[in-house]
Design a protein. Structure first.
Length: 410
């Protein structure tokens, strides 16, 4: 078996690990454990003797300390599942060696082209080896790149005892893409002080801010009646739901916002004459922004339903995750050390925020502060997903350097 980061990556992406938001089991799909078992085998082979897969689908392992210094225990995390948005069955990775520039056509579907104009990051990949799919599936670089990078770094740390480091924990999670990646994680067993998810995009990027996120479920009870006798009596819940959706502010939507702007986004609708339900997600970088948007949404519902005196609604807000910056600001060394590691690995560090959540945002609030480091993938959750071997190698280097920086500064 070969063990470069690219070899590992290519081994992992062909294993279907799509998670399923409609499943109530943990992990949401049993097939995620197929990859978990392979990772454990490979960890054992590297020499991490405590590596194991638990019944909830988590992989835990330890790289023992090789220094006398009292170094904080850091953990590297990555998720094993791929997004439900696009199929991950039968992934056929393609390698464009020595990329010379220009658009990349995917062989399995003539309509799928990774265009430079839409993926400007390609311009920084000249002479690199770029991995794509054949266009019929997603690639799963999100986040199998992270898995491969952590595995490759673990091997380097074990094989090179002259690289001094504290105890390092490895955590591979299922179900990140359906927002349940850390539901059953055993932080006590993990025993880490700080963690990093390897789950970002562009090489050199470190993210210490995420959205704050709520979900909203609106359930409308209409007035059902035989359509032949409905005049002035029927209040069709489907139409009420439609009116609410139509009133959602166009300028506060995912398709019209960027940077630090939040949004209101319907993710599902179901209905019959007597009852309709709309699921939405609300995103903002501040709690006040979330509350404001929820109030705005409820005001729309209230206003629409005024025209339907026999109907009523329920409006349920559920907290999903919170911006991790609040937690990370209390431990500035976590980011400072990551910045230094990225620099030592030969890149210019870029700090940013994620328009999304990570396992790390939830871990941070569970007591394990956890920013996000690049893994190198691009165009996540789509058949145009791509990553370069060179960026994965930079991520491996970053992990190794980060282990060294923590030891040096302890
Ligand atoms: Zn991810």
């Amino acid at each position: 078996m070969t063990d470069t980061v690219l070899d590992r990556f290519l081994r992992y992406v062909v294993i279907d690990t799509q998670s399923d938001p409609s499943s109530s089991t943990q992990p949401s799909t049993e097939k995620q454990k197929d990859l978990g078992r392979i990772l454990v085998e490979e960890l054992l082979e590297i020499g991490l003797s405590d590596a194991h897969l638990d019944e909830h689908g988590y992989v835990y392992a330890t790289i023992p300390a090789n220094t006398d210094k009292n170094v904080p225990v850091i953990c590297f995390c990555s998720h094993m599942d791929t997004a439900p948005d696009f199929t991950g069955t039968n992934v056929k990775p393609q390698i464009v060696k020595n990329y010379t520039g220009g658009d990349i056509r995917l062989p399995g579907d003539p309509n799928r082209v990774i265009r430079v104009c839409e993926h400007p990051e390609l311009k920084n990949q000249i002479n690199n080896d770029i991995i794509t799919t054949d266009g019929t599936t997603l690639l799963g670089a999100d986040d199998k790149a992270g898995l491969a990078e952590i595995m490759a770094a673990a091997k380097i740390l074990i094989d090179n005892p002259e690289i001094k480091h504290g105890a390092i924990k490895i955590l591979f999670t299922p179900d990140e893409e359906v927002g349940r990646g850390v539901n059953k994680v055993d932080l006590k067993k993990l025993g880490a002080d700080f963690a990093y998810t390897m789950d970002g995009e562009t090489a050199g990027h470190i993210e210490d801010e995420t959205f704050s996120a709520d979900s909203v479920d609106i359930v409308i009870a209409g007035v059902a009646i035989h359509p032949g006798f409905a005049k002035d009596r029927m209040e069709n819940a489907i139409k009420i739901a439609g009116a609410i959706i139509d009133r959602l502010p166009k300028e506060i939507a995912p398709e019209t916002t960027e940077g630090k702007q939040g949004f209101i986004h319907p993710t599902g609708v179901a209905g019959s004459m007597e009852k309709a339900a709309i699921s939405l997600i609300i995103r903002d970088f501040t709690n006040e922004g979330l509350v404001e948007k929820e109030a705005m949404l409820e005001e729309i519902v209230r206003d629409v339903i005024k025209a339907y005196p026999g109907s009523s609604y329920r409006f349920d807000v559920k907290e999903q995750y919170r911006n991790m910056k609040v937690v990370l600001d209390r431990h500035p060394e976590i980011i400072e050390n990551a910045v230094e590691a990225v620099r030592r690995a030969g890149m210019t560090p870029v700090r940013g925020s994620i328009r999304g959540g990570t396992d790390g945002s939830r871990l941070s609030f569970m007591g394990l502060p956890c920013p996000n480091i690049f893994a190198g993938g691009h165009a996540f959750h789509s058949p145009l997903e791509w990553i370069s071997r060179q960026d994965m190698e930079k991520a491996v280097k970053t992990i190794v350097e980060l282990a060294k920086v923590w030891e040096e500064r302890a």
